[in-house]
Design a protein around this ligand. Structure first.
Ligand code: HSE
Length: 401
């Protein structure tokens, strides 16, 4: 590619505006935003209306534009934009985790066919350099585990609900006002956003390409003050983890709230901050923390991808091309389940129970169950049922315990 990057930018929301500003402050880059396409004609923006177009083809049909930066939050529209950009020979940088989690296989084929680059550092943990580290630094098969707090909104809620008497809904509204919740916050609080990011991590950590329905996601929506008190009494904290751990030739993967103690990297990752821990055979454990959302932090990751394209950088997916690992289907998990209506706890077939409690209006059990006895639907359909995994290492493959 020519070192002179001519950018067509889709979206001028929080991250798009951030990119516009950070690009203007970056003297090392030979890159300019040539055209900006947005959807809503009536929205108030920091630039005057004559800076914007509304027809995607204004960018896609322009042969001078050699890089499309896609920062919209409609994954379906983004899919069409990215596919067309590839077919027109344009490289693409995206921050759209849903798009990537749902369509990566097709996008990889298409980008290879048209010999273009597709980079998405900003899609996982905002400003934290995760993907390129996994591709380049951990460029071998020695990784054994990856755990992340990948959703700032959930972490913000879990942190504040344990420190204040504010309700879940009030704190969620604060997260929306602060600009880090998705426009549909269900994606945050029901664990979908964390799952999309985990899928991307599983690919770059273990070479495993997955579909969203293959990975369990339990969210934080049903957390109750009594659950938070349970954690505090034991010196534990609740964290929504995106979790992938290699056990023999399988990878146990899930998104769920987990009760962790102070030995977990996640214990001190608070509020909207994200954190990721890598474990590898020889380097042991490394932890990265930083801002996972917000205008400038996310724009900084986009900027890093733009900068990499000056040198024709592409992900090589070496682990995907050589992996013999698959997602584990059967494993045991140590869970905590609680409900206001204690009869709901009968929904779970415990293999063993380690602790239980029952009073008028609140009951819980802690013990081991089979992964197949938990589903997103079970969580979704029982609004007073809180499901969390328990302990820093809450999983075991069937047959090992
Ligand atoms: N809604 C996301 C979060 C934004 O809360 O982390 C960044 O992906």
């Amino acid at each position: 590619m020519s070192n002179n990057l001519k950018i067509g930018l889709f979206g001028f929301g929080c991250v798009g505006t951030g990119l516009y500003k950070v690009l203007n402050q970056s003297s090392l880059l030979s890159a300019s935003i040539e055209k900006i396409v947005v959807k809503n004609k009536n929205k108030q923006r920091e630039l005057s209306a004559d800076n914007f177009s509304y027809d995607p083809n204004v960018i896609l049909d322009d042969p001078e534009i050699n890089l499309v930066v896609e920062l919209i939050d409609d994954a379906d529209a983004a899919f069409e934009i990215v596919k067309t950009a590839f077919r027109r020979g344009k490289n693409v940088v995206s921050a759209n985790k849903k798009l990537i989690a749902e369509h990566l296989e097709e996008l990889l084929k298409l980008s290879a066919e048209f010999n273009v680059s597709f980079l998405y550092e900003a899609a996982v943990c905002g400003s934290i350099p995760v993907i390129r580290n996994l591709e380049e630094y951990y460029n071998n098969d020695s990784l054994t585990a990856i755990e992340g707090i990948c959703n700032g909104t959930s972490n913000y809620i879990l942190t504040r609900i344990s420190k204040e008497l504010k309700s879940f809904d009030e704190i969620l509204t604060d997260a929306q006002n602060a600009g880090f919740a998705e426009s549909d916050p269900t994606l945050d609080i029901d664990g979908f956003d964390s799952k999309y990011k985990l899928q991307i991590l599983l690919l770059h950590t273990f070479g495993i390409l997955s579909q969203p329905k293959e990975v369990l996601n339990i969210g934080v929506r049903h957390v109750k003050q009594a659950d938070v008190s349970f954690a505090k009494e034991r010196g534990l904290r609740l964290r929504l983890l995106s979790y992938g751990r290699r056990v023999e030739d399988e990878v146990v993967a899930f998104v769920a709230p987990v009760f962790v103690d102070e030995l977990s990297f996640s214990f001190d990752v608070n509020y909207e901050f994200n954190g990721v821990s890598f474990e590898a055979l020889f380097s042991d454990k490394q932890v990265f923390t930083g801002k996972g959302a917000g205008s400038f932090p996310t724009a900084s990751a986009v900027l890093s991808d733009v900068s990499a394209l000056q040198y024709d950088y592409q992900y090589e997916y070496k682990k995907k091309n050589s992996t013999h690992l698959g997602l584990a289907k059967d494993f045991k998990v140590k869970v905590f389940v609680s409900a206001n209506d204690q009869s709901r706890l009968a929904l779970f077939s415990f293999l063993s129970i380690e602790e239980e409690y029952q009073s008028a209006g609140y009951a819980y059990k802690v013990g081991w169950i089979n992964r197949s006895d938990i589903s997103h639907e079970l969580y979704r359909d029982n609004p007073d049922l809180f499901i969390a995994f328990y302990g820093n290492n809450p999983v075991e493959l069937i047959g090992t315990k």
